[in-house]
Design a protein around this ligand. Structure first.
Ligand SMILES: [Zn+2]
Length: 70
């Protein structure tokens, strides 16, 4: 993962690649969550919040995030 700074709000973000090859920014600090595995058992997992869910400038930068490549 490549870490960088959001050009909209200066938050620390990390870049993920989606299955379709797009680059997606997420908040840098992961959260501990319980998720269900295929058998319905709860397991701990690290999750990241997509940055456009928290960024105050998301509308302004969403298009650019799709274009930028790390
Ligand atoms: Zn931001």
């Amino acid at each position: 993962m490549r870490e960088s700074i959001c050009s909209g709000c200066r938050a620390r973000i990390v870049w993920f690649r989606t299955p379709r090859g797009k680059n997606m920014p997420a908040d840098a600090d992961p959260q501990q969550r319980l998720i269900l595995d295929d058998d319905g058992a709860a397991v701990m997992a690290q999750t990241w919040m997509p940055h456009w869910a928290t960024c105050p400038k998301a509308d302004q930068f969403k298009k650019d995030w799709h274009k930028e490549s790390p």
